[in-house]
Ligand binder design. Structure first.
Ligand code: AMP
Length: 191
């Protein structure tokens, strides 16, 4: 199986590049942010509780997202592989993911990390907020909080994969196709 963690701060381009990787490798896309937004749209209890945190730019509890990923892995027994987008965001989530994958007899192949500076991220997120209407992309203070959550809780997850020799950093600035080419290069396939 090909199991990729697509990593990077909010606004790094994970959603865009995920879509291209899915099309190319027929992977199942697991984005915890998308799953949470669909819970909110369906007005489930979980969605309503998560929304209170998401609206402030704060991470939802580990057990909530780990449970969601566990169910999605169960629901896709025939998948050729998975692309994890926006997950894991803490070391506890990374450890839980390893355990879940081990139970399926598989493991993470690589972490592909999109590297983008904070100034560029803020610019992109504010633009996305205007275009998509996502509330957490429209307010500079919430964006700051999300980037700070990323720096304190999520950035250390890179170390977790570095120690397993699975980390690949990719410059996340440039055209969509250029970045995709570089991602494919790390996967040692031709685009
Ligand atoms: P995203 O769409 O990945 O930017 O996620 C939007 C928001 O959903 C984040 O700011 C968090 O509040 C929440 N969220 C998404 N994925 C996770 C995760 N893996 N762990 C904790 N919170 C998450």
């Amino acid at each position: 199986m090909l199991n990729i963690v697509l990593f990077g701060p909010p606004g790094a381009g994970k959603g865009t590049q995920s879509q291209k990787l899915i099309d190319k490798f027929q992977l199942v896309h697991l984005s915890t942010g998308d799953i949470l937004r669909s819970e909110i749209a369906n007005q489930t209890f979980l969605g309503m509780e998560a929304k209170k945190l998401m609206d402030q730019g704060i991470l939802v509890p580990d057990e909530v997202v780990i449970g969601m990923i566990g169910s999605k892995l169960e629901a896709n027994p025939l998948a050729k592989g998975f692309i994890f987008d926006g997950f894991p965001r803490t070391k506890a989530q990374a450890e839980a993911l390893d355990t879940l994958l081990l139970q399926k007899g598989t493991a993470i192949t690589l972490m592909l990390a999109l590297e983008v500076n904070e100034e560029e991220l803020t610019k992109r997120l504010l633009l996305r907020g205007k275009e998509s209407g996502r509330p957490d992309d429209q307010n500079p203070d919430i964006i700051k909080k999300r980037v700070s959550e990323y720096n304190t809780k999520t950035a250390p997850v890179a170390e977790y994969y570095k120690t397993q020799d699975k980390y690949k950093g990719i410059k996340g600035i440039g055209s969509v196709d250029e970045i995709f080419n570089n991602l494919c290069g790390e996967l040692q396939v031709q685009n």
